[in-house]
Design a protein around this ligand. Structure first.
Ligand code: ATP
Length: 237
């Protein structure tokens, strides 16, 4: 079943055309990665999917409904949870408060404590530190909290903008292991990632964006199997 369908999306900032006709779709249970260099239009695509920038033309459909004009919070309530590049945690609040606050988006009567417990299952290191302020967290822990907050909202689609940004390789191992576990549980994930090697190991489909257009679409399993493709596209010999 197609959850998200982006068709011929265009995003402009004044005279700058950042996204020039991007089309992609995300099936339920899939992990889709968007890779590409700086300025390729990856973040703009993600922001338009979330309703945080306006699409100049084209459409975004969610479960078959045209949501192009919907406000971000309406998309969130409909099941799309977004973790921005800036992570968006409240530094002055405790880890527990950050997680419980994310539960505000849940339907009335939902068990917030239960949802927080489920989110923490993926990030047990946070579970022992619920009363600590988020400001004390390292970059990797902060990313865990940001994803944890998104999970509290019980999303149908988790959207991540550059989760690996600024994180050390050992921290990335842990983060991508958590994302792989979420994928294996059936969560649908759309992520922007500059670290192509990591994206390839996680994703079912890889869209390479350059200059605001999709340059190529790959099946990571195929890329990883074929040594020539690995060398050519991933720099992995
Ligand atoms: P990065 O990895 O550097 O974030 P990206 O692939 O996510 O790059 P975007 O951030 O979407 O790319 O940027 C695409 C283009 O749009 C770039 O030329 C960028 O300078 C421009 N751009 C992005 N945001 C704005 C803005 N708010 N105002 C003007 N131009 C912008």
């Amino acid at each position: 079943m197609t959850l998200l369908e982006v068709s011929d999306l265009r995003v402009s900032y004044g005279p700058i055309d950042a996204v020039k006709g991007v089309s992609l779709s995300v099936e339920r249970g899939d992990v889709v990665a968007i890779v590409g260099p700086n300025g390729a239009g990856k973040s703009s695509t993600m922001l338009a999917i979330q309703g945080l920038v306006r699409a100049r033309s084209g459409s975004v459909r969610w479960r078959g409904r045209d949501i192009t004009g919907w406000a971000p919070e309406r998309r969130a309530r409909a099941g799309i949870s977004f973790v921005p590049e800036s992570r968006g945690v409240f530094r002055t609040l405790s880890i527990g408060e950050n997680l419980r606050l994310a539960g505000c988006a849940l339907a009335k009567g939902a068990d917030v404590a239960e949802r927080v417990g489920l989110a923490l299952r993926h990030f047990p290191a946070l579970a022992d530190r619920l009363s600590e302020r988020a400001a004390v967290l390292s970059g990797g822990e902060c990313q865990q909290l940001a994803i944890g907050r998104a999970l509290v909202a019980a999303p149908d689609l988790l959207v991540l903008d550059e989760p690996s940004l600024g994180l050390a390789p050992v921290v990335l191992d842990e983060l991508f292991a958590a994302l792989a576990a979420l994928r294996d549980e059936g969560l649908t994930i759309l992520l922007v990632e500059q670290n192509v090697g990591r994206a390839v190991k996680l994703a079912d489909h890889l869209f390479s964006l350059r200059g605001g257009v999709i340059e190529r679409v790959d099946e990571p399993a195929e890329l990883l199997r074929d040594p020539a493709l690995r060398a050519r596209h991933l720099g992995m010999g």
